[in-house]
Design a protein around this ligand. Sequence first.
Ligand code: 5GP
Length: 118
Amino acid sequence: MAYDKNNIFAKIMRGEIPCKKLYEDEFAFAFEDIAPAAPVHVLVVPKGEYKSFDDFSANAPAPLMKGFFAAVQAVAVKMGLADNGYRIISNHGADASQTVHHFHIHILGGRSLGGLLP
Ligand code: 5GP
């Protein structure tokens, strides 16, 4: 499956769909999830056309990888999650129920999150 330039997150980054933006730098863009699963639920997406973690890890240049993951950490700190803790999740493919095919990391926090899977 090729990268779809009209996926929802590509449209959000182009400003074609509104979002509650929390952070942006040259590597990453972060915004609130529209259906939060925790008191804090932020999506962080890299700038660039990557379908999932699998694609990003295999194909992104090292500076983008470094900058992207630095941005994920910076957003978690900005949201006040670093002291009490947070969880990052990234779904790749059908078994993980990935629904938007632009690589993204979910940052979840703001309460005790319990076990790894429901
Ligand atoms: P996935 O299932 O692909 O890991 O996660 C996709 C996430 O995108 C879901 O948590 C869903 O709530 C969120 N989402 C889907 N459409 C929109 C949208 O238009 N705006 C925002 N902010 N989040 C969205």
